[in-house]
Design a protein around this ligand. Structure first.
Ligand code: GLU
Length: 489
């Protein structure tokens, strides 16, 4: 395929970017990048009640976060703009004129009450519930006269009589066929002059020179209608690729019921954009059937529609978390700290200025936590003890550890050892503390856990000796002193 590949992601800004939409955007992006083509963002904001500027901005923000850069779209001008449907009325009007000129559309004066009544009657008889073509029979001059006289009307597509099956080869689903009579003379332009959804989409796709329409299979039933519109306009039909849906673990279509489904909600709960991108790419596409971890560059290099699965994909939060953990572990200390500081700052543990001046200290923290994190936000409870003046000891930890026989003795001995070590680094701390069990007869586990609980407040923490090093001698001794009265003798 040549550089002329043009694809679009066409969200309706009626909500934030959710997981399904993001996957569609990723596949379009990867397809465009793979072919050296153009990735267009088109905002389908024709539903005035539900479309908001806030949602548009949120979608753009989420795409930016994922690294889905677009070549044309809002804020990125190109030759096929504007990129908001509400600003493209002129091109819909122009397309309607072309259809009028070729006799492929006619005005329909049926009132909605009359249509409802007919539809209801047809339904009761189990017959065809589409438009019965009443106005198609009106003489052209007569119709023109009524239009000129201002009689309310819509414009309908004149679907060819006895249209053969509408068939196309979907790049994901293979041959798809709809019976020719499945589509009625659909409305293109409403009484108020606005374009209907299918008309706007088909006109936009042709006027934006879109070559491949990659979208969710909830739009499959719109496709025959859009094909008839392309044909009526005398335009080439793009290649369609309908992506199967994403299901939750319960086998039902992924929705809010399954928890966070917006991309920004994942960002806010500590997921990395590269992991989310990688994971979503895998929901219905595979690199080679085996490789699960790959970069965006590899995705762009390798993406092809023929490896997109027809089967629904199952969204698995645990797998996403696992993958996120893989990305966290693979990061350099510098990178991890760059990502973590905003999380710590957001939680109020550190300011950006403090983080800058304690950079070296933070770099020592990185290797202690990188193996333990699956999500960045898990860092907060894990390291909060390092940022406070004192700790509150969890009740369970007090009962299970401090109240155990020998813990007071161990704390005393550990305190002495720590007070007198020549330097307060992890290695020296470890050597000094390892002598305590021998000296006191307290089991190592009891002694170390007592120090851990006293200094971190909890029975689980990052590695003890490194934690003490970062805590510093003064705070370590203070915390042991504060915990001592709670310990068994
Ligand atoms: N605006 C539609 C949606 O958000 C997409 C239309 C299309 O891709 O053709 O579902």
């Amino acid at each position: 395929m040549s550089e002329s590949v043009r694809v679009r992601f066409a969200p309706s800004p009626t909500g934030h970017l959710h997981i399904g939409g993001a996957r569609t955007a990723i596949y379009n992006w990867a397809f465009a990048r793979h072919h050296g083509g153009t990735f267009v963002l088109r905002i389908e904001d024709t539903d005035p009640e539900r479309s908001t500027e806030e949602n548009t901005q949120a979608i753009i923000r989420a795409m930016e976060w994922l690294g889905l850069d677009y070549d044309e779209g809002p804020g990125v001008d190109g030759p096929y703009g504007p990129y908001f449907q509400t600003q493209r009325a002129a091109s819909y009007a122009d397309a309607l004129e072309r259809l009028k000129a070729s006799g492929s559309t006619y005005p329909c004066f049926c009132t909605s009450e009359a249509l409802d009544a007919k539809r209801e009657a047809a339904r009761q008889q189990g017959g065809f519930a589409g438009y019965d073509r009443t106005c198609r029979g009106i003489e052209v001059e007569e119709a023109a006269r009524r239009v000129a006289a201002g009689e309310p009307h819509v414009w309908r597509l004149k679907v060819p009589e006895d249209r053969a099956d509408i068939a196309f080869c979907d790049a994901v689903r293979g041959d798809v066929r709809f019976p020719g009579d499945a589509v009625d003379d659909l409305v293109l332009v409403r009484t108020d002059g606005t374009a209907t959804y299918n008309f706007a989409v088909a006109v936009d796709d042709t006027t934006m020179a879109i070559t491949h329409v990659i979208r969710g299979d909830d739009h499959l039933s719109n496709t025959p209608k859009q094909i008839l519109i392309y044909e009526a306009l005398g335009e080439d039909v793009p290649v369609f690729a309908h992506l199967s849906m994403i299901l939750g673990a319960d086998g039902k279509r992924l929705s809010k019921r399954h928890g966070a489904t917006s991309v920004e909600a994942y960002r806010d709960s500590g997921f990395l954009p590269e992991a989310v991108m990688n994971y979503l790419a895998l929901l219905g596409w595979s690199l080679d059937g085996e490789t699960t971890v790959f970069s965006r560059e590899t995705l762009a290099e390798s993406f092809s529609l023929d490896r997109v699965s027809r089967n629904p994909a199952i969204f698995d939060d645990e797998k996403l978390e696992w993958l996120n953990g893989v990305y966290i572990r693979d990061m350099s200390a510098t990178e991890l700290i760059d990502r973590i500081v905003p999380v710590l700052a957001e939680a109020g543990l550190i300011t950006h200025e403090e983080a800058a001046s304690r950079r070296e200290w933070l770099l020592r923290l990185a290797p202690m936590v990188s193996e333990r994190l699956k999500r960045l936000d898990e860092i907060v409870p894990m390291v909060a003890f390092l940022f406070s003046d004192s700790v509150e000891i969890e009740e369970g930890a007090r009962e299970k550890v401090l109240e155990k026989e020998g813990s007071g003795l161990a704390l005393d001995a550990c305190r002495d050892a720590l007070a007198s070590v020549p330097s307060f680094d992890a290695e020296t701390i470890e050597a000094a503390l390892r002598e305590v069990p021998e000296r006191t007869g307290v089991k190592p586990k009891v002694a170390f856990q007592a120090v851990r609980v006293a200094t971190t407040g909890s029975t689980v923490s990052p590695p003890l000796f490194e934690s003490l090093e970062l805590l510093g001698r003064e705070r370590t001794l203070q915390r042991i002193d504060a915990a001592r009265p709670l310990a068994a003798s």
